[in-house]
Design a protein around this ligand. Structure first.
Ligand SMILES: [Zn+2]
Length: 273
């Protein structure tokens, strides 16, 4: 049984302040250790419950945060950027399931710890076929393209509620209770471990019952930008349609192509203020 794990940082236990995720700080050096430690808790549970191969994709910012020398030696690590499939680099149809760790709520979620969608400085909202999605929902579609279900996701309590709308019934692992964007009430470390242990056991007992997010037909993605100038620059992409001053629409019958267009929109949108 082969498991794909995508690890972001904002939803990791203990990570709450912008200093924690700023890679020029000493605090960041502490937090990447916590990120690696939480990934190890999951990797260990996954192997205990029958996984035979685990591929971990570092999915935060420059995507080189996890400390390979401290990572469970049974796991493979995809590290570095930029990766064509970004937070889903490495996924293909040989996997049996996907686990998202350290994820966060989508942009605009009141009080969600570090709420944003891919690029907080560029994107204010993403909708697929009219439904609002965050990183979990967008990435689930990449997994679904390859026929792989999302099994579980961890982060704050608001993410847990939101992801049920975006993906459906997956195991949600709440590591902290959000108070506001930069404040959270973290579980005790003992409870964190216990929660992962229980939820990952559930996952493997019900492994056939998790949702595969597979889109068919024409798929429409609307991207609302934080400024008109960003929308303007994205119009350099021939496939982009201008919906209003800050909203761009891209569409495709192929989700992977749509995801690549989305990534291109981020590059173009991020290039201007
Ligand atoms: Zn991140």
């Amino acid at each position: 049984m082969k498991i794909f794990i995508s690890v972001d940082m904002e939803g990791i236990w203990g990570v709450v302040s912008s200093t924690h995720i700023n890679n020029s700080t000493n605090e960041y050096q502490r937090m990447r250790k916590l990120m690696t430690r939480e990934a190890n808790v999951v990797i260990d549970e996954v192997f205990k419950n029958g996984a035979t191969e685990v591929v971990v994709n570092d999915s935060h910012d420059t995507m080189d945060n996890l400390l390979i020398e401290e990572l469970d030696p049974r796991a493979q690590l995809i590290s570095g950027s930029s990766k064509p499939l970004s937070m889903m680099q490495g996924i293909d149809n040989t996997f049996d399931g996907i686990i998202f760790i350290g994820y966060h709520t989508r942009c605009g979620t009141p009080n969600g710890v570090f709420n944003h969608t891919y690029m907080g400085s560029t994107i204010s909202r993403v909708l697929i076929n009219g439904k609002e999605v965050g990183e979990g929902g967008i990435n689930a579609g990449v997994g679904g393209y390859f026929g792989v279900p999302v099994l579980a996701i961890s982060g704050d309590d608001l993410l847990a509620a939101q992801i049920l709308e975006e993906i459906g019934s997956v195991e949600t692992i709440v590591v902290k209770k959000a108070a506001n964007r930069y404040v959270a009430h973290n579980l005790s470390y003992n409870d964190l471990k216990k929660t992962y242990e229980e939820k990952i056991r559930n996952v493997f007992e019900n492994i056939k019952n998790y949702p595969v997010i597979e889109y068919t037909g024409n798929i429409i993605m609307d991207i609302e930008l934080v400024s008109e100038v960003k929308a303007e620059n994205i119009m350099l992409l021939p496939q982009a349609k201008r919906m209003d001053n800050k909203t761009i629409r891209i569409e495709s019958e192929d989700y992977l192509e749509l995801f690549m267009l989305f990534r291109t929109c981020m590059v173009l949108g991020g290039a201007v203020r």
